[in-house]
Design a protein around this ligand. Structure first.
Ligand SMILES: [Zn+2]
Length: 261
């Protein structure tokens, strides 16, 4: 794992949630995702929340998806709240704040949220809570789940912002990708409903768009630490279940990767 005490302060930090991406769908597309998987395969993890709102509160509190292994000693966390009395691994970065976003802000980071799914729209008070963690937050209609080119619009917006910031400024950019969340049947011509197949097609589309974002980050002065993972999966009829916000292994198992750009 990376030593987060060497990362925080010296690197830009990019966190991408691939909303609703199932672990099995992600694994089947590894060979077709050169941007997300160019450096290695997905790691199987368990999410702390079965839907967007719950999972993201945990993430921002420093609780990223947990390795899906029974070897507890391998569960080294990237982030941990300071002064809790727990033993903390020397590679874990400790924040003296309510959450990692304000914790990184206190370390001199500009914190930016590019929203995707409904909990980031800022249209009602509830949908302003998660963006409210950040100094700057953005959502446009064409970033949302109904737009077949949502990732293109999200990435374009992020790149435009990157060009406005000083190259030396520390950035923590969070992006919630909406394209893999339903509806995604339109990524397979002729498909009438969402399925593992249409989710896989959505993921291939997303990976293709992320290349431009990664390139824009590489052109900045600092190296970039990137975390990319799903907030939860979703059921397509397994054991009679449909959707998420329910306890089923297709919801709890999520793909996770961390890498340097
Ligand atoms: Zn979600």
């Amino acid at each position: 794992m990376f030593n987060m005490n060497e990362i925080v302060g010296s690197h830009d930090i990019l966190m991408i949630t691939l909303d609703t991406l199932r672990y099995d769908a992600a694994v089947m597309e590894e060979a077709n995702c050169p941007n997300l998987c160019g450096g290695g395969p997905w790691e199987k993890r368990h999410t702390p929340g079965s839907f967007t709102y719950a999972a993201h509160h945990a993430f921002f509190g420093g609780f990223l998806p947990t390795p899906a292994t029974t070897h507890k000693s391998e569960h080294v966390r990237l982030f941990h709240s300071k002064n809790t009395g727990f033993n903390v691994h020397p590679y874990t970065w400790q924040f003296d704040s309510t959450d990692i976003v304000s914790g990184l802000q206190a370390e001199g980071y500009r914190t930016i949220c590019i929203g995707g799914v409904i909990f980031f729209t800022k249209k009602v008070p509830l949908a302003r809570v998660l963006p409210g963690y950040f100094q700057e937050s953005y959502w446009r209609m064409n970033f949302g789940v109904t737009n077949p080119r949502s990732t293109e619009h999200q990435v374009n917006h992020a790149i435009k912002l990157l060009h406005n910031y000083e190259k030396t400024e520390r950035l923590f950019l969070f992006m919630n990708i909406s394209a893999i969340h339903g509806p995604n049947h339109y990524f397979v011509p002729g498909a009438k409903k969402d399925s593992v197949e249409t989710q896989r097609a959505a993921l291939r589309y997303v990976d293709g768009e992320l290349g431009r974002l990664f390139q824009a980050f590489r052109e900045r002065e600092r190296p970039v630490f990137c975390m990319a993972f799903s907030d939860h999966g979703t059921a397509f009829g397994e054991d009679g279940y449909n959707g998420h916000r329910l306890a089923h292994e297709v919801v709890w198992n999520v793909p996770y990767r961390e890498f340097i750009l």
